[in-house]
Design a binder for this molecule. Structure first.
Ligand SMILES: *Cc1c(COP(=O)(O)O)cnc(C)c1O
Length: 396
């Protein structure tokens, strides 16, 4: 009951600028399908089906029992972790990082991405956001009173950024550019020459590049994709986010890293030291163990996703669908059949089959006309599920 003396609570206006969470509308569709008695199976959310290796779970248990491990950690991460991150980057990419000044522990890379805005952006600046792209990048404009400028990732450019298409007046005001290869949602991989071009562009305009690389170990080619830090001069302008989430099936554990330009890394560390209190020490110790595994540790995971990708591509293409043959991540990016928008198609698929796939437009306007399938079920099951979609929605 309204009281004459009670005022409405005053919350931040910026909350009105947060679009509804991508999967909210899908959740509503799922609920509606369930209510009709349809069994719902999700290939919508990018969370691995496979478990964290037992040995890491056991290690966590061991450390969690020690009193010394139950205390506040140092906010930057333990020295062993900095060393393990630097060592991993050396073995995987041939990049030499200074542990501590060029490495930073994160509570998952999403945390670092979101907090990076406070370290780089002032009100009125522009943040450049790949479209389609991971939704958190665009949120930095809302949280830091900035403008965002979408850089479209187009099929005809293999979903790479066309730097010549960014207007000069946008480049002038831009302070931060996000990139992500292997790319979510398109599965595109970037060659080193592209990163060279990106770095040269960033130097010209004085823009920080934040390259988000959670799928650095999830690729389906003989050539492991490069880091942006492999590009000439990248350490002058770029940082890279990486994470254990996808590499070791540890999405719930919340541990990631930022590496690269020491000025930006230190700035992000300063922000974080005033916000969080670091990663639970036992998790940091597990991360040291995981990052120390030989690179071949993920061979099995890679060949599993490669099998799944091949199976899904085969079923879709036999059914007449146009599939982008991505070489990284665990997503397949597919053209929506004619006559549907992305949301209309996804909605129809849920209604007719109970299978949830992601609508391309949910990742940005240039995602319209595509849908994303997560390769997060075993091959035989995926084959059956995708066949069901193809049978219900034939493409002539
Ligand atoms: C999964 C994912 C993340 C989140 O990684 P966490 O380390 O679990 O926070 C970040 N960016 C992209 C593009 C992702 O797909």
């Amino acid at each position: 009951m309204a009281d004459a003396d009670t005022k409405t609570l005053k919350l931040a206006k910026r909350l009105d600028d947060i679009p509804p969470y991508l999967f909210q509308r899908i959740d509503d569709m799922k609920a509606a399908a369930k209510a009709k008695g349809i069994e719902v199976i999700s290939l919508g959310i990018g969370d691995p089906d496979l478990p964290t290796p037992d040995e890491f779970v056991e290690e966590l248990h061991k450390y969690a029992q020690m009193n010394a491990m139950q205390k506040y950690p140092a906010y930057k991460g333990i020295p062993e972790l900095h060393k393990a991150i630097a060592d991993f980057y050396h073995r995987r990419f041939g990049i030499d990082l200074n542990p501590g000044s060029e490495t930073l522990a994160l509570i998952g890379s999403k945390e670092g991405i979101a907090n990076l805005g406070l370290a780089v952006l002032d009100p009125g600046d522009i943040v450049l956001v790949p479209d389609p792209g991971y939704p958190v990048y665009a949120m930095l404009s809302v949280f830091n009173s900035c403008d965002k400028h979408f850089v479209p990732l187009l099929r005809e450019n293999d979903f790479l950024i066309d730097f010549s298409a960014i207007p000069d007046e946008v480049c002038e005001r831009a302070k931060l550019l996000f990139m992500n290869y292997p790319n979510n949602p398109t599965s595109a991989v970037a060659p080193l020459e592209f990163f060279d071009e990106a770095v040269a562009w960033a130097k010209k305009w004085g823009v920080v590049i934040a390259h988000d690389n959670p799928y650095s170990q999830i690729y389906q080619s003989d050539d492991p994709p490069p880091s942006i830090l492999n590009a000439k001069g990248a350490m002058d302008v770029a940082i890279e986010f990486n994470t254990l989430s996808k590499t070791f099936n540890m999405t719930g554990w919340r541990i990631g890293m930022a590496v690269g330009n020491p000025e930006v890394i230190q700035a992000l560390g300063r922000v974080k030291s005033n916000i969080d209190s670091g990663v639970f020490l036992p998790i940091q110790h597990v991360a040291v163990k995981a990052l120390g595994k030989p690179l071949s540790y993920c061979d099995g995971l890679r060949s599993e996703y490669a099998d799944r990708r091949k199976a899904v591509e085969e079923v879709l293409e036999t059914g007449g669908y146009e599939v982008y043959h991505g070489k990284g991540t665990f997503y397949t990016w597919v053209r929506v059949p004619e006559g549907y928008t992305s949301f209309e198609f996804v909605s129809a698929v849920i209604n007719e089959t109970g299978i949830v796939v992601g609508p391309g437009s949910g990742w940005g306007p240039s995602g319209e006309g595509f849908f994303r399938i997560c390769l997060t079920r075993p091959t035989a099951e995926l084959r059956g599920l995708v066949q069901k979609i193809v049978d219900k929605f034939p493409v002539k």
